[in-house]
Every structure is written in structure tokens, then in C-alpha cells.
Design a protein around this ligand. Structure first.
Ligand code: ADP
Ligand code: MG
Length: 176
């Protein structure tokens, strides 16, 4: 199932992440893709905020993995935030221990630039893509970094994620 929504600002992208967080559970895996500056990290900061993260979200481009201690319904849950932007070879991923998190039901795993890994994940996941949206009003701004419009595309491929995204949809009436 494909669900698309439009974000008009970084704040709104974060807000959508916060809303999705209320439907996220331990064991969930979300792959985020799309151009640099598309809003993947911003969206993840919304998820972390929604799950009451004790640490601020930062881009794990160098460390590859950040872990945030969070709480959902007063129960502890950890977010594993991974960024594979700098990974060139799938074999390089083996050393970072990501698989241990993916197949451990105690974590919420959020992976930026997961394209390189996607085929190898033998578990259900949600995919979210971020695209720059150039609409008529903003045509003159093409290439301008101040263009704030983004298209956020949710691709769910299981009843499990379809249900969650339908719940999210009901909360996103203003941007669908
Ligand atoms: N609608 C929007 N959604 C997300 N980010 C936006 C939006 N409009 C402008 N921005 C800006 O674009 C940048 C997105 O950066 P980031 O979230 O790190 O992207 P990515 O992780 O996809 O590379 C930030 O500087 C943010 O302020
Ligand atoms: Mg990022």
C-alpha cells in the first residue's frame, strides 16, 4: 500500500514523525531513503521525540549507529538509528552489528540509506521515501535550498504496516 503526504517545513516533517511514533512498537524496522537533505534525519528526530528520547538525535554518519533510550507507555525501548550513507560495500555492514539489532525484537531500528541493505533484510519493514517537491508556486525556487516542500511516501507491504499507516493517515488529514 502506498500513502503519500506533503510536508511544507522541517517542523511539519518532524510532526509527522511524532505522529508515526505512537504506532511504533518494539521490533519495528523502518528504512528511510531519498536525497541528501530530504528530511530523513529530521523525521527520525520526530520519532525519537515522540518516544521521549533521553538523547538528542544526531546524524550517525561517522559512527554509523546511534542508540537512543526511549520510553513508550512508560516502558523502556531503544531506538537504533543507523546511517549507511558512507557504506559502499554490503560486506562493510557486517562489522557494525546492525543485524543483531534487526533480528532482536527489543529494538526499534531506523535505517537511513538502507537501499544497500534492503534485499538482505529477512524481516517485515516499512519504507519511507523523501523527495523534494517542486510545485508551481515554488518553480522559481528550483535549486534553492530554501525550498521547503517535501513529498513523503510510505510504502507498506504487509497487513501489519498497512494497519499502522492507515492509523497514521487518519491523523494526517491536512497533508495527505
Ligand atoms: N519539509 C521539510 N522536511 C524536512 N526537512 C526540511 C524541510 N524543509 C526544509 N528542510 C531542511 O532540510 C534539511 C533536511 O536535513 P536532514 O533531515 O538531515 O535530511 P537527510 O537526513 O534526508 O539528509 C534540514 O536542514 C531541514 O531544516
Ligand atoms: Mg540524514
Amino acid at each position: 500500500m502506498r500513502t503519500t503526504c506533503k510536508s511544507r517545513s522541517a517542523e511539519q516533517t518532524k510532526e509527522i514523525g511524532i505522529k508515526l511514533s505512537s504506532f511504533i512498537d518494539k521490533g519495528d524496522i523502518i528504512l528511510l531513503s531519498g536525497e541528501l537533505g530530504g528530511g530523513k534525519t529530521t523525521f527520525i528526530s520526530g520519532i525519537a521525540q515522540g518516544l521521549n528520547s533521553k538523547q538528542p538525535v544526531s546524524s550517525p554518519s561517522f559512527t554509523l549507529i546511534n542508540i537512543y533510550d526511549c520510553k513508550k507507555n512508560k516502558k523502556p525501548v531503544s531506538i537504533v538509528h543507523c546511517d549507511l550513507y558512507r557504506i559502499n560495500e554490503i560486506s562493510d555492514i557486517a562489522g557494525i552489528g546492525l543485524e543483531d539489532y534487526i533480528y532482536n525484537e527489543n529494538y526499534v531500528v531506523l535505517i537511513e540509506w538502507a537501499g544497500k541493505l534492503k534485499e538482505g533484510i529477512l524481516k517485515d519493514f516499512l519504507e519511507i521515501k523523501f523527495e523534494y517537491l517542486i510545485d508551481e508556486k515554488q518553480d522559481s525556487d528550483f535549486g534553492n535550498s530554501e525550498n521547503q516542500h517535501r513529498k513523503i511516501i510510505f510504502d507498506s507491504r504487509s497487513g501489519y504496516w498497512d494497519r499502522k499507516i492507515n492509523l497514521l493517515k487518519n491523523n494526517l488529514k491536512n497533508c495527505i
